[in-house]
Design a protein around this ligand. Structure first.
Ligand code: BG6
Length: 489
């Protein structure tokens, strides 16, 4: 007998994430015929909306945020399975009423996916309320799975993440929990594993013998916008490093898993986090640069005199055989020159040069630039002889662009893949609790150091630049410089 249709329940249904990301992602999957037949979507929030008012709000949002994907005829079919249930996140009786409503629209016991798209302070409470209302327990034979997606941020430090994990686990077993990091849903992040392990030519070089440094840049041109209320408490280290950047680092640095399954992959990622040498609180000034764009304090919701960093750059080392001595430089910021997420693998220079180069000329380092976004692709830079010269060389690029090789229809949004994976209990692209713990163990001492007398002074940068001069000086002290594969087109 086939399973009855599943139900996706979104908590925080009136919020930005639902409208900008979740509904467009679900609608796109529906268009592609990948949403299970009859799958229901139920929005839960406090506003007194009817089902039709909720549907109308979502169709307006589709027109605004994903106009290209919108298709009225298909939307009507999709919207017929969209429902709304009004309720408070802190009222136990509202969860009981929600359960009764879900039962009334479900044809029998089927799978459910709960999506926590609320403000993070409610995550623990919602999990416990779901548990208390009997909505988290699964039947023995798992014909009615109860999976839950929890948005980031998962805690604000190791201790709060631990408390949240305990609250989640009062109701859900670890295998029901899908902690989302949307960077793992990006095609280019997923491709890192294929690039490394579905090919043979790069992996033999992927170690300290050939690699001089690794740089991970996640630059954003947008500023903090209307999110200062959240951001001013979080700052760039919690907002981008603890999750997205460390996830990219694990994908670059991990050993090849023996199997392509969630546990095998995540075991290897955890080993990387355990091998990263923590930056001790009293050494942050030597290892971390923190900065703020000049106009940040003018944004609504930012505390007067706020010291929240909107930019950070830091250096990690990974203490294992593969990476010993190779610096990993990580940087991210808001209000920078352009939007660019990129991983640069900088190779060592040739050990001996036989050419008669002009005085002072050295061969450049070979460089592999893995562009996560935009203009997704991979560039390999190497030196070539300039034609019609005796011994002159110049760096040239071999380029792969997803859009040239796979059409310019654009890559699917990260949420498309992730929501369906969680519905199908496929956990490879989600963060396990020990990964969260490992990531906080690296961020906690840095955050403590930055709040202590050991902190480096807060630097400032103009919006639209590549960040503070202090970040250039920081990497220059290692006789290196920040690298960009090529400017986004
Ligand atoms: C989010 C952060 O997780 O990622 C935001 O909270 C940031 O501050 C966003 O803007 C960046 O995501 P993307 O996919 O645009 O790189």
């Amino acid at each position: 007998m086939s399973d009855p249709s599943p139900t996706i329940v979104i908590f925080g249904a009136s919020g930005d994430l639902t409208q900008r990301k979740l509904i467009p992602a679900l609608f796109n999957q529906f268009k592609k015929g990948r949403l299970p037949t009859g799958a229901r979507i139920v929005g839960y929030a406090r506003r007194p909306w009817s089902h039709d008012e909720f549907r109308a709000t979502l169709s307006e949002a589709m027109n605004k945020f994903a106009p290209k994907a919108f298709d009225v005829a298909l939307w009507d079919k999709f919207a017929a399975n969209v429902y709304y249930h009004k309720g408070d996140l802190s009222a136990a009786e509202d969860f009981v009423a929600l359960e009764a409503f879900l039962k009334s629209i479900e044809g029998g016991p089927g799978h459910r996916l709960y999506y926590l798209a609320t403000a993070p302070e409610y995550y623990g409470e919602i999990c416990m309320a779901l548990g208390a209302a009997g909505m988290a327990a699964e039947a023995e034979r798992a014909t009615a799975r109860r999976n839950i997606i929890i948005e980031k941020p998962f805690g604000t430090d190791g201790a709060t993440a631990d408390t949240l994990n305990q609250q989640v686990h009062t109701a859900f077993r670890e295998k029901q929990v899908y902690r989302i990091d949307h960077y793992l849903g990006k095609e280019t992040a997923q491709n890192l594993l294929f690039f490394r392990f579905a090919n043979t030519i790069f992996e033999p070089l992927w170690n300290r013998n050939y690699i001089y440094s690794v740089q991970i840049t996640v630059a954003e041109d947008v500023d903090v916008g209307h999110r200062a209320g959240y951001y001013d408490h979080a700052g760039v280290l919690r907002d981008m490093f603890q999750n997205h950047i460390l996830q990219l680092l694990t994908l670059v640095a991990m050993e090849p898993p023996a199997l392509f399954n969630a546990d095998a992959i995540r075991n290897e990622k955890v080993k990387v986090l355990q091998a990263v040498r923590p930056i001790a609180a009293d050494t942050v000034a030597q290892n971390v640069v923190r900065a703020q764009y000049r106009k940040y304090r003018d944004a609504e919701g930012v505390a007067p005199g706020s010291e929240t960093p909107t930019y950070a750059a830091l250096r990690f080392y990974i203490d294992n055989w593969r990476w010993q001595g190779v610096p990993f430089y990580l940087r991210s910021g808001k209000a920078l020159a352009t939007k660019l997420s990129e991983i640069i693998i900088q190779f060592r220079r040739p050990p001996h040069v036989m050419f008669n180069f002009p005085a002072g000329h050295r061969p450049t380092s070979n460089m592999l630039a893995i562009r996560i976004q935009p203009d997704e692709g991979i560039h390999l830079r190497f030196d070539a002889k300039v034609p019609d010269t005796a011994q002159e060389t110049r760096p040239v690029d071999m380029e792969f662009h997803f859009r040239d090789s796979f059409g310019d229809g654009g890559l699917p949004d990260a949420y498309e893949r992730l929501i369906l994976d969680a519905l199908n209990s496929e956990a490879s692209l989600f963060t396990r609790s020990d990964e969260i713990e490992g990531a906080w163990k690296l961020m906690d001492p840095i955050l403590q150091g930055l709040a202590s007398p050991h902190a480096p002074p807060l630097a400032f940068y103009e919006s639209g630049t590549w960040g503070p001069a202090e970040a250039d000086a920081f990497i220059a002290r290692d006789s290196r410089q920040w690298l960009v594969g090529s400017m986004p087109k």
